[in-house]
Design a protein around this ligand. Structure first.
Ligand code: HEC
Length: 121
């Protein structure tokens, strides 16, 4: 049987396209606001990358509270207005991360969603 080279190329192209489509799908799934937002999957990476350099345990650089695990981070958002701090503009008093750049709105929204869903661990 003779294989049509155009058919081979077409097939390869279709397979490649389906791969790309699948990975894009995965990505949107990760940040779908309908998903359960948990500390472990969504919030910890944001806090670890942007806050723990000062809010370690013990906290350094004048930071008052640690934010290194679920209960510490939950407490920060429950009791010390941490979301409000992230929502401020750089240069504004109390802005967090101090001396840093404002987090992408998608990250701030994700944390807000986590709070609204009741601090899932
Ligand atoms: C460069 C160091 C640094 C980084 C990074 C940083 N902070 Fe802070 N943070 C401080 C300092 C210093 C204070 C104490 C002064 C103040 O309250 O503004 C503080 C205070 C706070 C407070 C008030 C705590 C209280 O006792 O009332 C909150 C809430 C807070 N930070 C949240 C965050 C969050 C959330 C992030 C990450 C998005 C972050 N911080 C990143 C240095 C930092």
């Amino acid at each position: 049987m003779k294989i049509n080279p155009y058919f081979v190329i077409f097939s390869l192209f279709t397979i490649l396209q389906s791969c790309e489509y699948a990975s894009e799908n995965d990505l949107t799934e990760q940040i779908d606001p309908a998903d359960d937002i948990t500390y472990a999957i969504h919030v910890a990476p944001i806090i670890n990358a942007n806050c723990v350099s000062c809010h370690s345990n013990p906290a350094v650089a004048g930071a008052s509270i640690p934010m290194t695990n679920y209960s510490e981070v939950k407490s920060a958002f429950e009791n010390t207005n941490a979301l409000n701090r992230m929502n401020r503009q750089p240069g504004e008093g109390g802005f967090m991360p101090k001396y840093g750049t404002r987090l992408p709105q998608t990250s701030i929204d994700l944390v807000e969603e986590w709070i609204n869903e009741g601090f899932l661990e």
